[in-house]
Write a protein that binds this ligand. Structure first.
Ligand SMILES: *Cc1c(COP(=O)(O)O)cnc(C)c1O
Length: 230
């Protein structure tokens, strides 16, 4: 067994254990493999272990990999900050965008998504623990954004994404509460099924709080090397 297979098995086992502890079915939590900074060959090898969903943060790097790996049935997720002038590429090349935090971004993504493509899956990023330097809308803006974004034709609004400060696991409970509140208030609960939270260091706590998608990089691929990033 190669090392990526071993690390993926270990992460899947952690997810299963955390689900069991939380009395949840293991299939209620999806593993997103966060592959930023790792070369295409590494993703190809991870794909061969059965992994299909990959998350990338940097647009140009991601577009290069999408091109290199276009013979594979990868589901591409963009998990970085969404800049207004990048929406066209995101709409064209990704299946999911997790970092939407303003209406104008969602409007552009919907407009730029081709009608012959499947709707683009969206998570609304919330600054759940009021970090000063963080992206994300405020919790009290969520209801209005959900109302407006869910009307856009080429998007499917799936849920919320949060990146709390390290060790602030209470923020996961706040995110779950906000997620449930939207589900109760809005008309399209069938699409509202995703709570994207938890990374290598805190996926157990995130799953205990109700995460449905953990975004895991380091525990799958090892430490990242940023030395050749500009
Ligand atoms: C890099 C990144 C991750 C993965 O973090 P690890 O600690 O390596 O698991 C998850 N989510 C986002 C938004 C990231 O940028």
């Amino acid at each position: 067994m190669n090392s990526l297979q071993a690390s993926r098995n270990q992460v899947l086992q952690h997810i299963a254990d955390a689900c069991k502890q939380a009395q949840r079915a293991p299939e209620t939590v999806q593993l997103l493999a966060v592959s930023k900074t790792h070369p295409s060959e590494c993703l190809r090898e991870m794909y061969q272990t059965g992994q299909r969903a990959f998350g990338e943060n940097y647009l140009q790097e991601a577009l290069d990999k999408i091109e290199n790996l276009n013979d594979l049935a990868i589901e591409w997720h963009f998990i970085g900050h969404v800049q207004r002038n990048k929406t066209k590429h995101l709409a064209a090349s990704f299946a999911w965008v997790h970092g939407v935090d303003r209406l104008i971004i969602a409007e552009r993504l919907s407009k730029q998504r081709e009608a012959n493509q499947a709707p683009l899956n969206i998570c609304l990023q919330v600054n759940i623990d009021a970090q000063e330097s963080k992206d994300g809308c405020q919790p009290n803006e969520v209801a209005e954004l959900v109302k407006n974004i869910s009307q856009l034709p080429h998007l499917k609004l799936r849920g919320l994404m949060v990146i709390p400060a390290p060790n602030n696991t209470h923020a996961f409970l706040d995110a779950k509460q906000l997620f449930d509140a939207v589900k109760q208030e809005h008309a399209q609960p069938e699409d509202w099924d995703t709570l994207s939270m938890g990374m290598s260091g805190d996926m157990v706590e995130a799953i205990a709080a109700g995460s449905t998608m953990v975004r895991v990089g380091t525990a799958l691929f090892g430490a990242r090397d940023y030395s050749n990033k500009v």
